[in-house]
Design a protein around this ligand. Structure first.
Ligand SMILES: [Zn+2]
Length: 193
């Protein structure tokens, strides 16, 4: 399931549920997480001009939404640990293959090349296990929402409940503000986001 949570509710924490987005399990730990927008398709053409122009442009146009305490369940923590250990293990094969490659004769270069490929896979695996990437959330291009394209149904339900509660609190706050000016409380209104 997918859900888009208003960025303001991710930043102030009121729109963040108590379950993780991957497994829908209750949070066992909370970590600060930065959600980034995906680079637009055209930016990849800049790679033809080198990695630096691509990096500069994506950094400049990237939208960032920061959550102070994002929920992670024990499954998430296990996933993080496993990907980190296996990823680093695969990456270490490369320097190891260089150290021992010479004693394998003609097979040495092949061994080093295979180790390089495995090290690259390890790098990707390790990066996919970071607490920033594990929730699989992306800030929208205009920065107004954080989108979760593959969220657990339990997370979606909890996020909707958190949103409804935040909207209610906002309406109550708005009513109290207007009440302070001697006006009638405003009817329930969804926040403008
Ligand atoms: Zn989880």
């Amino acid at each position: 399931m997918s859900i888009a949570i208003p960025s303001s509710l991710v930043q102030n924490g009121t729109g963040i549920p108590d379950v993780c987005s991957r497994h829908g399990q209750p949070a066992a730990l909370r970590k600060p997480v930065k959600f980034w927008s995906k680079p637009p398709v055209w930016s990849y053409f800049l790679i033809a001009f080198g990695a630096l122009p691509f990096l500069i442009v994506t950094l400049v146009i990237r939208k960032e939404v920061r959550a102070e305490a994002w929920p992670f369940c024990p499954e998430c923590a296990k996933l993080h640990k496993n990907r980190l250990i296996i990823g680093i293990g695969l990456m270490l094969l490369f320097p190891l293959s260089i150290a021992v490659g010479g004693s394998f004769g003609d097979a040495g270069p092949v061994l080093i090349l295979v180790a390089l490929v495995l090290a690259f896979i390890g790098l990707i695996l390790q990066s996919r296990g970071t607490y920033r990437v594990l929730p699989w959330g992306f800030t929208s291009r205009d920065g107004s929402t954080v989108d979760f394209p593959k969220a657990h149904p339990q997370f979606v339900a909890a996020a909707q409940a958190a949103y409804a509660q935040a909207a209610q609190q906002y309406a109550a706050w708005q009513a109290s503000q207007q009440g302070g000016h001697g006006q009638l409380p405003a009817p329930y209104q969804a926040p403008q986001m």
